[in-house]
Design a protein around this ligand. Structure first.
Ligand code: NPW
Ligand code: K
Length: 501
């Protein structure tokens, strides 16, 4: 599990560690790791450090200090290093080290800064780190704008300036980096969007903070974590013991969502899928997934669960519709004490009547930002700007596990760390992929995982499958480009992804 922390948590750990070490030790460890990362990056793009042009953007705090010391190390290896001093002051010892190593430094001036940045092989962003508060002030905002047009590599020091390290919030301009070298521990804002999308690849430099960090409020499962959690069939397993999932989805008008949800469940390894819907949806599901056991629901019929048969968990909602019959089906399923995943139209019914969630069994809600906004009755922009805060609030207020879909999918449950999904690809932003996700998570619920684990493993596998489908690697394509995917491609890529875990 990769754990992540707020700025305050990092600072407290830093204080405890610093009290035991000679002054300057931590900054020296940070600068050394930062310089090594820059050397590797320059070696990749230019072949060597000697003669490369490096520009340091320096703010008034220790973030600038790290960049100045790292710049001094690069200057000592023959790089031509220029520091742009943009703050009200600069780290004096760092500045002296840079100058002693042959680097140069000058106060910010717009034209000179533009010239330097546009000629740099590497720009190091040391404007602000975990000490930043609010939107970037001038001239930092202007510098972030110049960096956006920089032809060279952009390396953020600790945190891309303009990203709130504790939340991932971005108010106004921010540095968009190819790589972020972060010290001591991951900051939450590096893993959660919108901040995460400004980081590029994130490299962690160990400075010895580990023993001083508190229990994490945020964690990102790794491939090993997911492999360890996934149920795998034993010799004595049969289809019932592997987990039977009931899916109630689809309608006369929306048949595709049902096909996709069932597909996600079958490819994710449900022992059996029992699918129930009106005739039109059943016809499409049967045609595509003969493995599913289907029940046709007469229009308006209720009291249907016995007809469908025994299951270990339910998925309800994709393509189900928002009318009264659909509402009755959602209420009936939530009336059981089995684990229930509520998605899509099911969420609309729950948003209209939260009392549906007063139940004894575990509940997993899988909204996107718009659906979560409706569930909480807040503007969608608020959810998108502060995703962690809202997913936590939803889990608390609704008494359910909540998976918030999006470019970084989050899973929240009361009194547990929020889990952040680190897989995924922008190619997944296409119609129907959410329906596949509901089937995957449902299969894992039926297989015996808790809502929390089923949701985080499903998000992980779904993201990887999206990547594999976009890269064509699930079909044995040579590594190289990526292309658009259809939602069913994601389901089809699942077995290869699980095999490779
Ligand atoms: N944690 C660790 O273990 C280690 C941490 N280390 C490093 O220290 C960094 C933290 O350093 P820090 O505390 O000096 O804060 P930092 O982010 O450099 O700048 C804060 C200053 O910036 C300003 N400012 C604030 N907001 C602003 C805004 N919106 N727009 C514009 N300016 C703004 C404000 O100053 P002002 O200009 O207002 O006087 C404020 O005082 C950390 O990220 C890591 O790199 C490593 O060296 C060693 C181990
Ligand atoms: K920075």
């Amino acid at each position: 599990m990769r754990t992540a922390y707020t700025s305050d948590q990092i600072r407290a750990a830093e204080r405890a560690l610093m009290a035991r070490l000679p002054e300057g030790t931590l900054m020296s460890r940070a600068a050394s790791g930062l310089a090594s990362a820059c050397v590797r990056a320059l070696a990749r793009v230019r072949g060597l450090v000697y003669g490369s042009r490096v520009v340091l953007l320096i703010g008034s705090g220790d973030n600038g200090g790290d960049a100045l010391y790292a710049g001094a190390r690069l200057a000592a290896r023959g790089a031509r290093v220029d520091a742009i001093l943009a703050g009200s002051r600069a780290h004096q010892a760092g500045l002296a080290a840079l100058r002693a190593a042959g680097g140069r430094a000058a106060e910010f001036a717009p034209d000179a800064a533009r010239e330097l940045v546009s000629a740099a092989d590497l720009v190091m962003d040391g404007l602000v780190g975990i000490g930043s508060a609010g939107a970037l002030r001038e001239p930092y905002g202007t510098l972030a704008g110049l960096v956006a047009d920089a032809p060279g590599l952009v390396v953020a020091v600790d945190v891309p300036s303009g990203v709130d390290a504790s939340t991932g919030r971005v108010d106004g301009p921010a540095v968009r980096a190819h790589a972020t070298v972060t010290f001591g521990a991951y900051k939450i804002g590096l893993l959660v969007d919108p901040g995460a999308s400004f980081c590029g690849t994130v490299e962690l430099v160990d400075i010895g903070l580990g023993p001083y960090l508190p229990d994490a409020d945020v964690a990102a499962p790794t491939a090993g974590d997911v492999a360890g959690l996934l149920p795998s069939p034993a010799a004595e397993s049969d289809k019932y013991r592997r987990g039977v999932l009931g899916i109630v989805a689809g309608s006369d008008t929306f048949t595709g969502a049902a096909v996709l949800s069932v597909g996600g469940a079958i490819r994710a390894g449900a022992g059996m899928v029992r699918f129930a819907s009106v005739e039109e949806s059943v016809r499409y599901v049967r045609a595509r997934w003969p493995e599913a056991v289907t029940t046709v629901l007469a229009p308006g019929s209720t009291g249907v669960l016995d007809d469908i048969g025994r299951v270990q968990a339910w998925v309800v909602g994709p393509g189900l519709g928002t009318g009264s019959h659909a509402r009755d089906l959602v209420a009936e399923i939530l009336g059981t004490d089995l684990p229930v995943l509520v998605d899509a139209d099911g969420l609309t019914h729950v948003a209209r009547d939260r009392s549906l969630l007063r139940r004894t069994g575990p509940t997993l809600l899988t909204p996107h930002a718009g659906e979560l906004a409706r569930l909480l009755d807040v503007p969608r922009e608020d959810v998108e700007a502060r995703r962690i805060e809202h997913v936590r609030r939803a889990a608390h207020e609704l008494g359910a596990t909540v998976l918030l879909k999006g470019s970084t999918t989050l899973v929240a449950e009361e009194d547990r760390p929020v889990r952040v999904n680190s897989t995924g690809t922008p190619w997944l932003a296409t119609g129907g992929t959410g329906d596949v996700l509901s089937g995957i998570a449902g299969a894992l619920l039926a297989g015996g995982l808790s809502c929390y684990d089923a949701a985080s493993c499903a998000a992980y596998l779904h993201g990887l499958a999206g990547r594999a489908a976009a890269a064509g690697s699930a079909r044995g394509a040579r590594p190289g480009g990526e292309a658009a995917i259809a939602a069913l491609d994601v389901a089809e890529a699942l077995p290869d992804v699980v095999r490779a875990l």
